[in-house]
Design a protein around this ligand. Structure first.
Ligand code: PEP
Ligand code: MN
Length: 286
């Protein structure tokens, strides 16, 4: 099976019916994350800290995002940090904290797996496995998560084309795991006023070419707390099935990505705004 990567018209992307394509499956796929459906009429909000830092931080944040309407909790235990001297995450201790707060709140948890050697342990605790931007083309990792019985949240590589993104998802589907959610999280461009350039055109483009659910990360997509609400609303207006956002009970004290994390009140206010967008686009957000 070959794919014409040189094709200049985006309309002929994936002209062979690979498993991620709409030619292969015309209807939308919905992915079930321990009882929470992504890809159906209801918009799903995933929220939580960039990294799990402590029981207090995770508990306070999780309770607040739940009461504001988030349906899934995020939090990294294994963190891909630019500097090896930055906080690297709590590892298995963090996974245990996620598991404990899931038991209390009932929120399914998504957390990143960075390495094939971590897949088993992360899959033991998480409801959904996150493959981060830096690993989108880590083919052994994609195959390994494809062999697990857990949904996969695949984030777009920061320099990946739509076609590369879809073919990365194809690796997971090829192993028999069809529960893949795609996440646009911004790409590298010449623009440096934002951390990344959030490519909202990826939403309709992905929706056109694939049956998989598409969500957006306006936190990493902008790198600015103040910009997250505008881009979150725009993402829903453009047809995203959900959002993943960084929220912290004390953003200014966060060990990771505090500058792009919403505080608890900001998140609650944003949820009310998002409900209006959902309504206006014939979606639901409870
Ligand atoms: C994250 O979600 O915590 C993260 C590291 O995101 P990305 O892989 O998109 O940079
Ligand atoms: Mn982060």
């Amino acid at each position: 099976m070959s794919i014409n990567v040189c094709e200049s018209s985006p309309d002929s992307l994936l002209s062979v019916p690979v498993k991620v394509s709409r030619q292969h499956k015309p209807g939308n796929t919905t992915v079930d994350i321990s009882g929470v459906e992504i890809g159906a009429t209801e918009i799903v909000i995933i929220a939580g800290p960039c990294a799990v830092e402590s029981n207090e931080q995770l508990t306070e944040t999780a309770r607040a995002v739940k009461s504001a309407g988030a349906k899934i909790l995020r939090g990294g235990a294994f963190k891909p940090r630019t500097s090896p001297y930055s906080f690297q995450g709590l590892g298995e201790e963090g996974l245990k904290m996620l598991s404990a707060i899931r038991a209390e709140t009932g929120l399914p948890v998504v957390t990143e797996v960075m390495d094939t050697r971590q897949v088993k342990i992360v899959a033991k605790y998480a409801d959904m496995l996150q493959v981060g931007s830096r690993n989108m083309q880590n083919y052994p990792l994609l195959k390994e998560v494809g062999m697990q019985n857990k949904p996969v949240l695949l984030k777009r590589g920061m320099m990946a084309t739509i076609e590369e993104f879809l073919l990365a998802a194809e690796y997971v589907l090829n192993q028999g795991n069809e529960n893949v959610i795609l996440c646009e999280r911004g790409i590298r461009t010449f623009e440096n006023s934002t951390r990344n350039t959030l490519d909202l055109s990826a939403i309709p483009m992905l929706k056109r070419h694939t049956h998989l659910p598409v969500i957006v990360d306006p936190s990493h997509g902008t790198g600015h707390r103040w910009m997250v609400p505008a881009m979150a609303k725009a993402a829903l207006a453009a047809g995203a099935d959900g959002l993943i956002m960084e929220v912290h009970y004390k953003p200014d004290e966060a060990l990771c990505d505090g500058y792009q994390s919403l505080g608890l009140k900001d998140f609650e206010d944003l949820m009310s705004e998002l409900r209006k967008i959902a309504l206006a686009t014939d979606r639901e957000l409870k």
